[in-house]
Design a protein. Sequence first.
Length: 138
Amino acid sequence: MTTLSVSTSIDRETASLIGDGLNAYNYDTAGPHNDEDLWIVARDAQGRVAGGLKGSSEYTWLFVEWLWISPDRRGGGLGTQLLAAAEEAARQRGCIGVHLDSFTFQAPEFYKRQGYEEFGRIDDYPAGHSRVWLKKRF
């Protein structure tokens, strides 16, 4: 008999067992994934953070997890600069493209202007909005 437990957290040993098991399967099936984080931080003349991007490359794609611009710097091209720097880093890592997601109340139109195309969407996530997945192949 198998028992299931539902919780909001588990011990490190169990988490490692599950994660290592999945990673081993993926490695055996698709080869090494070469996972590497990427951080790009923009600072103003006084050294204050004006914006930043967090991503990670895995296999041959870069995933952009976060792209944030300080409210007082939005609309001035900093997002475009950060995204271009991430794309260049991806190319240097041998990636064939970049993918990311955005809520419709965030910036999907910005990404489309940068050459990204929508490849997935969930409506009413959150209610009244959508979550959109976009990609750009080099």
